[in-house]
Design a protein around this ligand. Structure first.
Ligand SMILES: [Zn+2]
Ligand SMILES: [Zn+2]
Ligand SMILES: [Zn+2]
Length: 273
């Protein structure tokens, strides 16, 4: 099964539409991996994680057929991860959705509230909402289980989630949009056996861990996971969800992370599970 990184940016994307910073100027000039759309992932053709401002662009760039999408998982309700107009256009009269196409939407309470008000009426759209709770577990389909973790990424009263997804080919952590984990989450991490771990690196190489993280904290997180035995031998640890405000280009991030044995995600990165 293919795990595809659809996007690898934080909220503003890179280059930021109105931004004149060095990272954004480099992206405009160099293109390629310096260009980042908002973070999201595909697991095979039937499971997608997050559907933000760049969802339409992702379907075009990667040739995605979302009539085959069965499960849409949301980490949290921020706009770079949850953008609802294209979901609402599943509605009859706007869209010819195959008769047997049902979309299961998974997320926290804030995501469910937005689904109820913005992706409505769910019956007409053939959407089935499912509430995810940190510490719980849910089966998506045979062989695929999701275990949400409490992230350190609160805004107002929202509980953002990181997602551990077990697949027949291995276990993946979608660990973006978090600062350094709270101790309650570390207690759960201790029981994990990960094969792929995406970790939030919004701040690039900056030493910061409030709501997001930079390199020193990504390394600390990886090291503690290793000490707890949560990383299977050969586990790939991949930094993701980068902001231009972190001040580092893709090339600079690769150079900074290489000595730590940590990979740097980019739009279009493919991993075989
Ligand atoms: Zn984000
Ligand atoms: Zn910029
Ligand atoms: Zn967020």
């Amino acid at each position: 099964m293919r795990l595809l990184v659809l996007g690898s940016a934080a909220a503003e994307a890179i280059p930021g539409v109105f931004c004149r910073c060095r990272v954004c100027d480099t992206a405009r000039r160099e293109g390629g991996r310096e260009i980042r759309s908002r973070t999201a992932y595909m697991l095979g053709d039937e499971i997608r994680i997050d559907f933000g401002h760049d969802a339409f662009w992702h379907t075009v760039r990667y040739g995605l057929d979302h009539t085959r999408l069965k499960h849409l998982l949301f980490t949290h309700s921020h706009g770079d991860h949850m953008d609802t107009p294209d979901l609402w256009y599943r509605k009859p009269g706007f869209c010819q959705v195959p008769d047997d196409a049902v979309l299961h939407i998974w997320g926290n309470e804030h995501v469910m509230r937005r689904v109820e008000s913005e992706v409505a009426p769910i019956d007409a759209l053939r959407v089935i909402p499912h509430r995810l709770r940190a510490g719980g577990a849910a089966e998506l389909m045979p062989g695929f289980q999701v275990m949400p973790l409490e992230a350190s990424h609160a805004s107002e009263d929202e509980q953002a989630l990181n997602l551990v997804i077990q697949t027949p080919g291995g276990t993946v952590l979608i660990g973006n949009d978090t600062g350094y984990y709270p101790e309650s989450t570390w207690a759960r991490v201790a029981s994990l056996k990960l094969d792929i771990a995406f970790i939030d690196s919004t701040y690039g190489t900056v030493d910061s861990c409030g709501g997001h993280m930079g390199l020193p904290w990504v390394v600390k997180t990886r090291d503690r996971m290793a000490k707890l035995g949560a990383l299977n031998p050969g586990c790939r640890v991949i930094a993701n969800h980068f902001s231009h405000n972190g001040g580092a280009t893709h090339a600079e991030l690769v150079e900074a992370y290489a000595p730590h044995g940590i990979e740097v995600a980019y739009d279009g990165m493919e991993i075989e599970l």
